[in-house]
Design a protein around this ligand. Structure first.
Ligand code: VG1
Ligand code: CO
Length: 544
């Protein structure tokens, strides 16, 4: 067990995106590619000697190999202890929980979230800081800078650690502890929710649920919590065994990719409640029987009903949502007399608000919801939150949502993704939009008048840091919005995201189909951006 110092050459493409570094597996398998990035992380941190590091991933292809390399590098770089999930598994929310509980210095999470896995598919590495949340931009840019000049890395010459056996091993001076990947997380959930009430709901016999883990990381968590702890019938969790290639699917909980759940829920004798999670377990999709809850509405509804749940009984200090998320939560915040913060896309921007207790609940339109219990979005937490509300209110999912709309009005909302578009034209489209912004306010398009048009910029209210160019917003005088962004998580060409929102106060119009209700604005978005002409596509790849 000697420390080796290996010389290496920089790679120029190791810039972390919205949520860490994501590349195809073969890119990560290039000589020293992973090692360079890990060393760049360690080199960018101050005071790691003898500290604790948490390591785990979503179980996708290359997870185990990557973890062996990271353990030996962590030991060579002087960490005192490394906690690693059994089998190399830790969901993103569980990793956040474990970092906080053990006062760890930070954690490395191996995941490309909702992107497919396998030898030719995606892999990813993300660094989280001591609050359990994604590293802020200051750190991710320091890491990127370091990758450009790196010339050597340190690794221990040692044999592989047995990741399947719970217990400790010595790697040189470093203690590696393989931990139960579910225990800490499940215990925390019990402190937040009324498990007795949920168990009672599930055992009444007339309330059935289906939880779909899409062969990704939440399988063991969902099985332990729903089938074992809450006594839901065996089979409640479907696709519950994590597979390295997620069974060939996209582990993305939306109506397109979570087809296995949609098939169960969209029929008249289907279960009362259904939910799916993504690859790394931080996203959630909530369904009722024949009914889809948009993630933006879900955040608003959790906020409006938070005091029904033990962990939030004392109310919320504030809400935070990402800029493209619908304004439904803002209406709840207004009624509650609390602030609703609007942040750039990506969970890292919620960290300071949560640490400073300015927000209790956070969410994104991209099926992400979470709270101050950890510093990541949390898929199963959202499922338990919904079940707790359902147990108290004894209404259907559909009735709860429709009652919410009747009280607050409905924010019709949809996102259209154009995936794997050529990067040049996508960037050109954004540049053209950016140059047109100045001339837009006051212009009318049909019945819509532009109230403001800008490229979203955010000043963090806690540390004053500024994030600019976070998406083109065009807001209309009636509160409707059209937003354009380029994705920061894709691994092929560019992905253009178009987000469209319109507010409707009249309850007699709440039952319209979403795409129909937004048709004018979708058409307008194309006129303003020439999206279809520029991409050469006449349909989005995915509509959520
Ligand atoms: C997407 C979502 C964003 C989310 C991010 C990470 O980013 O839009 O809301 O925070 O993925 O989610 P982008 O840049 O592609 O739009 V996950 O589940 O990968 O941790
Ligand atoms: Co995810």
């Amino acid at each position: 067990t000697t420390v080796q110092t290996v010389s290496t050459q920089p790679y120029s493409d190791q810039k972390p995106g919205t949520s860490g570094l994501r590349k195809k597996v073969p890119t990560f398998q290039q000589p020293n590619y992973l090692q360079n990035f890990i060393q760049a992380i360690f080199d960018s941190l101050d005071g790691i000697q003898n500290q604790t590091l948490v390591v785990g991933g979503d179980g996708r292809y290359y997870n185990r190999e990557a973890i062996q390399i990271i353990l030996k590098m962590a030991a060579a770089n002087g960490f005192g202890k490394v906690l690693v999930g059994q089998g190399g598994i830790l969901s993103t929310p569980a990793a956040s929980c474990v970092i906080r509980k053990n006062n760890a210095f930070g954690g490395i999470i191996l995941s490309a979230s909702h992107n497919p896995g396998g030898p030719k598919e995606d892999f990813g590495v993300k660094y989280n800081v001591s609050n359990g949340g994604p590293a802020p931009e200051k750190i991710t840019s320091a890491i990127f800078d370091r990758t450009k000049t790196i010339s050597e890395y340190k690794i221990l010459d040692a044999s592989d650690v047995d990741l399947d056996r719970i217990g400790t091993t010595q790697l040189g001076h470093t203690t590696v502890e393989v931990i139960d990947c579910v225990a800490d997380y499940a215990a925390q959930m019990e402190t937040l929710f009324d498990f007795a009430a949920i168990q009672d709901l599930l055992s009444r016999g007339n309330f059935r649920i289906c939880i779909d883990s899409l062969h990704a990381v939440t399988g063991p968590y969902a099985t332990a919590i729903f089938e074992r702890r809450l006594n839901a019938p065996a089979g409640t969790v479907q696709n519950g065994v994590p597979l390295e290639d997620f069974g060939g699917g996209h582990p993305d909980p939306n109506l397109v990719y979570a087809k296995s759940l949609v098939d169960v829920m969209f029929k008249d004798d289907g279960p009362d409640f259904g939910a799916a999670s993504d690859g790394d377990g931080d996203r959630n999709m909530i369904l009722g029987r024949n009914f889809f809850v948009t993630p933006s509405d879900s955040l608003a509804i959790l906020a409006a009903n938070a005091t029904l749940v033990p962990g939030y009984r004392n109310g919320l200090t504030g809400i935070a949502r990402s800029m493209p998320t619908s304004q439904a939560p803002d209406r709840v915040a207004e009624k509650l007399g609390i602030e609703c913060y609007e942040t750039p896309t990506g969970w890292k921007f919620f960290g300071n608000l949560l640490d400073a207790d300015k927000a209790t609940l956070c969410g994104e339109e991209s099926f992400g919801t979470g709270s101050n219990h950890i510093r990541e979005k949390d898929g199963l937490w959202a499922v338990l939150f919904w079940l707790n509300i359902l147990a108290v209110k004894k209404q259907s999912v559909e009735d709860i949502v429709k009652e919410h709309w009747a009280t607050y009005g409905r924010n019709f909302y949809s996102r259209h993704d154009y995936e794997a578009v050529a990067s040049g034209p996508a960037t050109q489209m954004m540049d053209d939009l950016r140059s047109a912004l100045g001339s837009m306010p006051g212009k009318t398009f049909g019945s819509y008048e532009v109230a403001y048009a800008d490229d979203f910029s955010y000043t963090d209210p806690v540390d004053g840091s500024v994030a600019s160019q976070q998406g083109i917003r065009i807001g209309f005088t009636d509160g409707s919005r059209i937003i354009f962004r380029l994705s920061g998580t894709g691994t092929e060409g560019a992905t253009i995201r178009l987000y469209v929102e319109r507010y409707e106060s009249d309850a007699s119009k709440h039952d319209q189909d979403t795409q129909a209700a937004l048709a004018d604005l979708i058409q307008l978005a194309d006129e303003i951006s020439h999206l279809k002409e520029i991409t050469g596509r006449d349909q989005p790849t995915v509509i959520t």
